[in-house]
Design a protein around this ligand. Structure first.
Ligand SMILES: [Zn+2]
Length: 238
């Protein structure tokens, strides 16, 4: 009986400790503004070829992170091989929670992943990152609303195509811009890339009651940005 009580007591201790750990788990280690600054500082290191993340990818960091993680930023970006967030933001193990899918489009699985990191890991920042000359955007424009021949690629194109009206408006307004003047098709693709990232960021709270609640409470900040394949710079959309 005594043994049973002791086991019961121990279970209670673990239960209480577990609850305490669970409730502290979701609290952010830094603010969203600090997290954003860390990403932008890391991008500056990358652009200037002064990367430091190698020092946070060693055995000591791996061991320290083996049983828990507290990433301070969530990055939803494209699967494009030239846009790896850990490299372009100069980040090591445990720093950023990355979701990559062609065209950086959300679906329930993607949004669920963002919810998990925001709610359970306490990441205060969500960044939707589009990039220059995105193949998924190009494929969407080329499909002209018709099937690409794959219902799976069609699902990506359909999401991106929802931003075509906004991109058309933006493209009309930015014709004087040097980059937009390079070629009409290429210019429109860039405007669609921008509109896609902005709309996805703006719609995350509409698609997720959890993210809506966290945003309302000031616990997460959602931003949209674009990566330049030529100079490596990440630029935030206002
Ligand atoms: Zn892409």
């Amino acid at each position: 009986m005594k043994r049973k009580l002791t086991l019961f007591g121990l279970s209670l201790v673990f239960l209480v400790t577990g609850i305490a750990l669970a409730s502290s788990h979701g609290s952010p280690s830094i603010s969203a503004e600090e997290a954003l600054q860390k990403l932008m500082d890391g991008n500056k290191h990358y652009v200037e070829n002064k990367m430091t993340s190698q020092s946070t990818c060693d055995t000591a960091h791996r061991t320290a992170l083996a049983h828990s993680q507290k990433p301070y930023a969530i990055v939803l970006t494209c699967s494009d091989s030239r846009v790896p967030p850990e490299i372009i933001f100069d980040k090591g193990l445990g720093e950023i929670f990355v979701i990559r899918v062609a065209g950086n489009v959300p679906d329930p699985v993607v949004i669920g992943s963002i919810e998990y990191a925001a709610e359970h890991l306490g990441s205060p920042l969500v960044m939707v990152l589009g990039h220059e000359r995105c193949g998924a955007v190009k494929a969407t424009i080329e499909a002209k609303g018709k099937s690409t021949g794959s219902k799976n690629i069609d699902a990506i194109a359909k999401t991106i195509a929802a931003s075509i009206p906004d991109a058309t408006k933006a493209c009309d307004a930015c014709k004087a811009d040097k980059k937009c003047a390079e070629g009409k098709a290429a210019a429109f693709a860039e405007c669609l890339t921008d509109a896609n990232a902005k709309n996805i960021a703006a719609n995350l709270t509409k698609s997720s009651p959890i993210l809506k609640h966290l945003a309302k409470e000031g616990k997460i900040k959602i931003v949209a940005a674009k990566y330049d394949l030529d100079d490596g710079l990440v630029t935030l959309f206002k």
